[in-house]
Write a new protein. Structure first.
Length: 338
């Protein structure tokens, strides 16, 4: 578990301080126009549902707090990649974000269990698990890493894109250089399928695809559209191999500076924003396939029987995660996801 900043991450934050100006880098407890400023950073494009969710949160938290908290949203990875933003939350230089569970697992390992391939059959089941006892239990792992988890927003089902060939079978995956999340579970999943996984920050992905550093990537429809991956990727396969929640997280340093009333305001705004963001994400899913097809992207399904074959190939991942995070959690997850 990585609780402290690396020298590289510290250098990034120092550079950001110099670029944006110290006056805008509000530390926890500092005020701007009489209000505590809650600095919210995210890697996704300004038009993505997750970014809009943060914007809605900023609006709601100001209302719910009676104006004592004001949110400022920084999108498109301007504050760094997911890992750098989480490390900044630990320091208290950034105050809130929404990050994929696979990345959060570097700070709280049990989150790895949520990224098991083909764990959730649909969104309704995922919502039931994340909003229920298991999801709330795992959020309690975060405070010891100086993070406070308040809700599960939605990134969505991840699908495979690439620039080499149509992927219709398990064999078609072999040899592809695929960018993955900076997550052990994701890396091992693609290795098991015979691909060459390359973990990297989302903010670096478009350039890596454009320059051929990687052949492909896997993300929900919304990220493919808003990040314009269709410009540098020819093929998309509806694999739906992982349902990816994004955890809405607040800096514990910032949290500890709040009054009880302000904490209640943050909790309420996070919950209301979750409902809003999930709705937007569903709308993205509904419109994205048509948009990508019109833009010339070739979209296809796995051949009959191939999904079952891939699921069988990935059974060792369940054993690995069960050993790492505890078999009881994985067993309870599988039962709850049925």
């Amino acid at each position: 578990m990585k609780k402290y900043l690396t020298l590289t991450s510290l250098a990034i934050i120092i550079c950001l301080l110099l670029v944006t100006g110290c006056s805008s880098q509000t530390q926890s407890g500092e005020k701007k126009d009489g209000a505590k400023v809650m600095k919210l950073g995210i890697v996704t494009n300004k038009d993505r549902s997750l970014t809009k969710g943060l914007q809605k949160f900023a609006e709601l938290v100001e209302k719910e707090s009676g104006g004592t908290i004001k949110g400022e949203v920084f999108s498109d990875g301007v504050l760094g990649g997911d890992r750098q933003v989480l490390e900044a939350l630990q320091m208290g230089t950034v105050h809130g974000t929404a990050v994929s569970t696979g990345v959060v697992a570097a700070f709280a390992p049990r989150f790895d269990a949520f990224d098991l391939p083909f764990l959730f059959k649909d969104k309704a089941t995922a919502y039931k698990v994340f909003d229920g006892p298991i999801g709330q239990e795992v959020l309690q792992d975060l405070p010891k890493s100086s993070l406070i988890g308040l809700a599960y927003w939605e990134n969505g089902f991840r699908h495979l894109t690439n620039n080499k060939r149509e992927v219709r079978t398990a064999d078609d995956i072999k040899g592809l250089k695929i960018r993955t999340l900076e997550s052990k579970v994701h890396v091992e999943t693609w290795k098991t399928l015979g691909a060459n996984p390359t973990p990297m920050s989302f903010s670096q992905l478009y350039t890596a695809l454009e320059q051929g550093v990687v052949d492909g990537q896997e993300n929900p429809y919304g990220n493919v559209v808003t990040s314009k991956f269709n410009e540098v990727q020819k093929y998309l396969t509806n694999t739906g191999h992982v349902y990816n929640a994004n955890v809405f997280i607040v800096s514990k340093v910032f949290w500890d500076s709040l009054t009880d009333k302000e904490r209640d305001a943050v909790k309420k705004a996070a919950e209301e924003s979750k409902v809003y963001q999930r709705k937007l994400n569903e709308e993205e899913d509904q419109s994205s396939v048509k948009f990508l097809t019109e833009k010339g992207m070739k979209i296809n399904e796995l051949n009959a029987g191939e999904k079952d074959k891939i699921m069988q190939m990935l059974e060792p991942i369940y054993k690995q995660v069960s050993t790492a995070v505890g078999g009881d959690l994985v067993d309870r997850l599988i039962k709850a996801a049925k």
